[in-house]
Design a protein around this ligand. Structure first.
Ligand SMILES: Cc1ncc(COP(=O)(O)O)c(C=O)c1O
Length: 436
């Protein structure tokens, strides 16, 4: 990074981001098969080739699922790494709304939002989301990834000369949107408001500005300094853009996120959220002023040129948002589960990363060990936790990321804790064997 904080390559952090040095400087390849083989071999060599685990979730029994092994055999597993944080993916209110919508409207929406794909279900969901965040409007996208990418890449069209100040650990979707937008960007050190101030001070006071950050960073589970960032935004006349993807449904009196919990929602210009994690369905959105939504709706290719979500998905998401506005007990149970798991893992002396949120990452620090531990949990104990490696997290910080939920019972928690205890002792005693 140069002293002004301008970087030519976005920091390597988040899911889906390809590090520049991975493909830069390699010779042009016309043997396409060889090119693919070499690219895949590089991942194997680094121990970070990704293997997807095929599971079948069981309605009414989640987090229990069936793992279909590559040889066709099956094994029951408990899912400990999903982002259906509250189990809303199987909530009766959500399922009933989806069934009703399919019965009423059929399967797909049949078009882009502009061409026949705006239905009463989409409008109802947007109204629900605007109300959730106390904003005039909300705009639905097919995912929060697309919402981030489409919105952030469009903003310079609205504000020529816009400078975006982006937290170094922002999600890949924000990085991509900011990178492609053709505007100026500054990357501030993660959660470092002093650095952000330096960068703001170094720029033309007249230039339009926007600060983009997250409320909870999903891999470490730490919180963004929302109030301090809003203060700086006020001081320097900047807009604020917050990603609350890992907080909506779970924090705040009505589940609107950390900004709601901290009574700061009104200070944020654009709030991004997902309907795929705590809300248990699919889709993403921004909530903002009516004018902002109108402009993004009108200019963002990622909103305009794609088929809208199926009506049943919109209906299920709306039912979930509506339900979680009042179900504080579920939110409380979620936090309790996370606190219990953290206390128990700390009791085992495991290297837990604990910033007080619901996310429970255990540091391993090596991609091969991380995968081996994950394989053994799955094979020997029927516990499914996917290893998290580069590029989702920086190299050397590979981890297991547990996501306890209110639908994980005490027996499942016991089994997880005992398995980790046994495995960690085994690893400590037989490190060489583990890496063999
Ligand atoms: C911080 C953050 N923002 C956005 C997204 C994208 O969310 P979605 O799955 O709805 O595309 C993710 C997904 O993991 C995320 O972690």
């Amino acid at each position: 990074m140069d002293p002004a904080g301008e970087v030519s390559v976005a920091p390597i952090r988040a899911e889906g981001h390809i590090e520049k040095r991975e493909y830069e400087g390699t010779k042009p390849v016309t043997d396409y098969d060889a090119g693919i083989d070499a690219a895949l071999q590089r991942l194997h060599d680094e121990g970070r080739y990704r293997t997807f685990i095929d599971i079948e979730r069981c309605r009414g029994a989640f987090p229990h699922a069936t793992w279909r092994r590559p040889d066709g055999t099956e094994r029951p597993v408990t899912v400990w790494c999903g982002n259906d944080y509250l189990g809303m993916g199987q909530h009766p209110a959500v399922l009933a709304a989806m069934h009703d919508a399919i019965d009423a409207a059929g399967a797909g929406s049949g078009g882009t939002r502009n061409i026949s794909g705006t239905t009463v279900f989409h409008k109802a969901l947007e109204a629900e989301l605007a109300d959730l965040h106390g904003k005039e409007g909300a705009l639905l996208f097919t995912s929060a990834y697309i919402a981030n990418d489409a919105t952030l890449s469009t903003l310079p069209k609205l504000f020529p000369g816009l400078i975006i100040y982006s937290d170094a650990l922002n999600h890949a979707s924000m990085i991509e949107g900011i990178r492609r937008n053709g505007g100026a960007k500054r990357v501030f050190r993660h959660n470092d408001v002093a650095h952000l101030r330096q960068l703001l001070e170094a720029d033309d006071p007249e230039a339009p500005k926007l600060i983009a950050f997250e409320s909870i960073y999903s891999m470490d589970g730490d919180f963004g300094p929302i109030e301090e960032i809003c203060d700086l935004a006020d001081e320097f006349g900047a807009l604020t853009y917050i990603d609350e993807v890992h907080a909506v449904g779970m924090y705040g009196p009505r589940g609107a996120g950390v900004a709601e919990r901290d009574r700061l929602m009104h200070r944020l210009d654009i709030i991004n959220g997902t309907l795929a994690k705590a809300y248990g369905v699919m889709g993403g959105y921004i909530a903002a002023s009516a004018k902002m939504c109108d402009a993004i709706r009108s200019y963002a290719p990622g909103f305009i040129f794609t088929t809208s979500l199926p009506p049943a998905v919109a209906a299920g998401a709306a039912a979930s948002v509506r339900h979680l506005k009042s179900d504080r007990d579920l939110r409380a149970a979620h936090q309790t589960q996370a606190a219990i798991l953290k206390t128990r893992l700390k009791g085992l002396g495991l290297p837990l990363i604990d910033h007080g949120s619901h996310i429970v990452p255990v540091h391993v620090g090596d991609p091969v060990h991380c995968k081996l531990i994950s394989d053994r949990l799955l094979d020997d104990h029927g516990i499914y936790v996917q290893p998290i490696n580069f590029p989702t997290v920086p190299r050397g910080t590979e981890r297991l990321r547990f996501t306890p939920s209110p639908v994980h019972g005490p027996d499942e928690m016991d089994r997880l804790v005992h398995a980790l205890d046994a495995l960690w002792s085994h690893c400590a005693l037989n490190r060489a064997e583990l890496s063999a």
